[in-house]
Design a protein around this ligand. Sequence first.
Ligand SMILES: CC(C)(COP(=O)(O)OP(=O)(O)OC[C@H]1O[C@@H](n2cnc3c(N)ncnc32)[C@H](O)[C@@H]1OP(=O)(O)O)[C@@H](O)C(=O)NCCC(=O)NCCS
Length: 295
Amino acid sequence: MYHLQGPQVLQMLKKSLRKSLPESLKVYTTVFHMNQGNPFKLKAVVDKWPDFTTVVIRPQKQEMTDDFDHYTNTYQIYYKNPTNCQEFLGASDVINWKQHLQIQSSQLSLNEVIQNLAATKSFQVKQTHCILYMMAETMKKLIPSLLEGKNVSPNSGKPKAICQEMFKPSSLDVTHAALVNKFWHFGGNERSQRFIERCIQNFPTFCLLGPEGTPVSWNLMDQTGELRMAGTLPEYRAHGLITQVIYSHSHYLNKLGFPIYSHVDKSNKTMQKVSKKLDHITIPCGWNQWHCVPL
Ligand SMILES: CC(C)(COP(=O)(O)OP(=O)(O)OC[C@H]1O[C@@H](n2cnc3c(N)ncnc32)[C@H](O)[C@@H]1OP(=O)(O)O)[C@@H](O)C(=O)NCCC(=O)NCCS
C-alpha cells in the first residue's frame, strides 16, 4: 500500500486517471480538488506505484472518529483489475469495514467486488445507482468523444429570466445547513448536517434569496467536487429557480476550471428535466454509491 502525498505525485495520479475517464470520474474529480488545496484533507492510497491497479481516496484516520458517521467515512474507488482490487480492499487496512461507511465510484462493476467483500468482512450493503450528468463544457474538455453526434452550442442551456426584484443571487453560510439538510434526500440527521456545514465552509455555494432575505433555492458541492443537495422551498417551486441557480453556479465553477457534474435519482423527473434544459449530458456508467453497515 502506498500513500501518495505532495502536489507532484498527485498531479501524476490525476494525469493518469484522466486517461480512464469516464470510469475514473469520481476519483479524478476528488484528486482534482486535492490538488487545489485539499479542503477535506483527503488521502490517496494505491496498491502499487506508479503502475497502480486500484486507487482509494479516503479521509485521514483522525477524521474518522465516529463509527456511525458514513458521511465522513466515505471512500472513492477506481480500479483496473477486479481481482487485485478485491485483494487490496480485503487484505489491507485501507478500509475500516467495522465502521458505517460509503463507497462511491463511477464503475458500476465495483458492485461485484463489494458484494464479495460483504460476505467475507460481514457487512450489509445498500447500493444506489443514479443518472450521472456532466456539463457540456466539462465534457468537451475531458471526454470529447462522448459529445460526438450531440448538438450543443456555446449559449445553449440558458434558462429563462427570473424576477430580479424578488430574487437576489447570493451564497450560503453555515447557518443555512439546517435548511439544506431538511430537503436533502440522503440527509435529515445531525451527522448529515455537520457534513453539509463542512461543504458550505469549504466549497463555493450558490443560492437565491427570496423577499424575506433568506435562501429559497440553493446548490452546493461535496468533497468530490460534485454539484449536490440542490433544493427549492416548496412554496417557490416551478418558477424556474433551481434551473437558474444551477446554471449560475455551474458557469461560475466552470470559469474557475472545475469539472462540473451531478447525479439525479431515476425517479426525480423534475431534476432530469432541469439537467436536460441546462444541456448537461448523461454519462453511460452512471453514479454509484454503496452504504455499508457492519453486521
Ligand atoms: C427538484 C427541485 C429542486 C426543483 O426545484 P424548482 O425550483 O421547482 O425547479 P424549476 O422551477 O427550475 O423547475 C424546472 C422545471 O421542472 C418543472 N417542475 C418543477 N416542479 C415540478 C413538479 N413538481 N412537477 C412537474 N414539473 C415540475 C418546472 O415547471 C420547470 O419546467 P418548465 O421550465 O418547463 O416550466 C425541488 O422540487 C426540490 O427541492 N425537491 C426536493 C429536493 C430534490 O429533489 N432536490 C434535487 C436533488 S438532485
